[in-house]
Design a protein around this ligand. Structure first.
Ligand code: HEM
Length: 437
């Protein structure tokens, strides 16, 4: 069998031999750079790759999927939701029937009017106008985290003291911000954080394969209990509304629409994954990238206001916190020379589209001045485009401003430890030091 390195040696010509198998769990255990290289090879094929049915043992079979690896394909499929539907599931594996019965349908798995209706209710709390009010709070959260980092780093001496950047900094920022937004009481937060960690702690390829056939485990029980707690809060806010997001979500809007208790619980769980884990990974990759590219870091530190927007976009493009989402064909369709059949599964590989050399010059370079930067890190457009883009940017800018100005010597002291996953570019841990500036 030809190795990836041998295929690379073919140079500009179309590689021959076996294609990297994205459906093989062991592919996702390989080093990140090797996987990106495999995507670069796949982009050289004219048509998307198709996996035939795979034998999964004990008589079970798994349907294959088309892999969309170019920027053009990912954008086109994202913007054609009538053909590329999110139901029955935008994640792989799709949620089991009992999971949907228990938790209800998540926004990411809905299409058409039912998606539009739910999205309308939740998006009224995520407009830049509403979020503008939270800017002060986001800055305060960032400042508190950096206070702790400095205290932990040795106070006046600021001596190097390795710790884990993910737990000390990256995950705290989005978790605190979402809890503040939602109005989650301080006393409930440690339990929620514990439940989130239990629910998501060992995600990745192995768990995805296991969950398909297993009944609810500890993680799902934790999720159910978290959703129950949030639904209770919703009932309480309906009786005594405050100015938080839960009150807004459970109060009827001008059309008389509001979230039910179950929908509120499901939306909160989605926010914990979509809003906390993504941003935490982007922040951790951000520090890694700024450490490995001192010239980019110097540029950013030299004029933060000028380069901050470009830096947050480039961090998301380069690291692509969400590797992929899936769609299912509602009818036969031809796109970019390839025929898809009704019922076919199609995986939109944002991680590959963001390195597409026909769109991005020198795509592997980390360049905070890149302009334009039409990356698909928040999705390729269309109705499911990330609801939290504005919030994620606000959080990243506030945190890096505080970190780089108040702890200018802070850096990652080793490469991030990644969780093998075909869904998100998740950082398990990353050692850091405060340094001396
Ligand atoms: C760097 C951080 C983030 C990244 C990389 C990211 C990425 C994404 C991606 C790729 C999608 C799917 C888009 C599609 O299918 O077209 C998505 C959807 C979504 N994101 Fe984000 N996200 C981030 C932060 C956030 C935050 C902070 C929130 C909320 C607080 C959030 C809430 C959502 C929601 C609710 C959806 C589902 C939208 C729908 O299906 O209509 N995300 N995000």
């Amino acid at each position: 069998m030809t190795t990836l390195a041998e295929q690379a040696a073919v140079g500009g010509e179309k590689p021959e031999g076996p294609r990297p198998d994205l459906g093989d769990p062991s592919f996702w255990q390989r080093p990140h750079a090797e996987r990106l290289h495999a995507f670069a090879l796949l982009r050289q094929w004219e048509a998307p790759q198709y996996f035939v049915e795979r034998e999964k043992g004990r008589g079970r079979r798994e349907r294959g999927f088309h892999a969309l690896v170019t920027h053009a394909d990912v954008v086109e499929a994202s913007r054609n939701p009538e053909v590329f539907a999110s139901a029955p599931g935008a994640t792989t594996p799709e949620p089991a029937r009992w999971v949907r019965a228990l938790f209800g349908d998540s926004l990411v798995n809905l299409d058409g009017p039912s998606h539009a209706q739910l999205r309308r209710i939740v998006s009224r709390s995520f407009t830049p106008r509403i979020l503008g009010r939270t800017e002060e709070d986001i800055r305060a959260v960032a400042a508190r985290i950096v206070d702790d980092v400095l205290a932990d780093g040795g106070g006046a001496a600021l001596s190097d003291r390795p710790g884990d950047f993910v737990t000390a900094v990256a995950s705290r920022m989005p978790f605190e911000v979402i809890c503040n937004l939602m109005g989650i009481p301080e006393k409930e937060r440690p339990a929620i954080l514990g439940q989130v960690n239990r629910a998501s702690g060992d995600t990745g390829v192995a768990r995805a394969a296991r969950d398909r056939f297993r009944m609810p485990g500890k993680g799902l029980r934790a999720l159910a209990s978290m959703q129950g707690m949030v639904a209770d809060l919703g009932r309480e806010r309906r009786r005594n509304p405050t100015d938080d997001l839960i009150s807004m979500l459970v109060s009827a809007d001008v059309d008389g629409q509001a979230l039910t208790g179950r929908q509120l619980g499901a939306f909160f769980s989605l926010l914990m994954v979509a809003g906390v884990e993504t941003t935490r990974n982007a922040i951790a990759h951000g520090l890694d990238l700024l450490t490995r590219h001192p010239e980019q870091r110097a540029l950013l530190m030299g004029d933060f206001d000028r380069y901050a927007d470009g830096a947050t976009e480039e961090i998301v493009r380069h690291s692509t916190p969400i590797i992929q989402f899936r769609r299912t064909l509602t009818r036969d369709h031809r796109m970019n020379g390839h025929t898809f059949r009704k019922g076919d599964k199609v995986v939109l590989f944002y991680a590959s589209a963001n390195r597409d050399e026909t769109v991005f010059t020198d795509p592997d370079a980390f360049d905070i001045t890149r302009s334009p930067n039409p990356h698909v890190g928040y999705g390729g457009g269309g109705p499911h485009y990330c609801l939290g883009t504005y919030l994620a940017k606000q959080e990243m800018k506030a945190l890096f401003r505080e970190l780089l100005t108040r702890a200018p010597g802070l850096r990652a002291t080793a490469a991030p430890v990644l969780v093998p996953s075909n869904f998100d570019n998740r950082v398990r841990s990353m050692p850091y030091a405060v340094g001396t500036g």
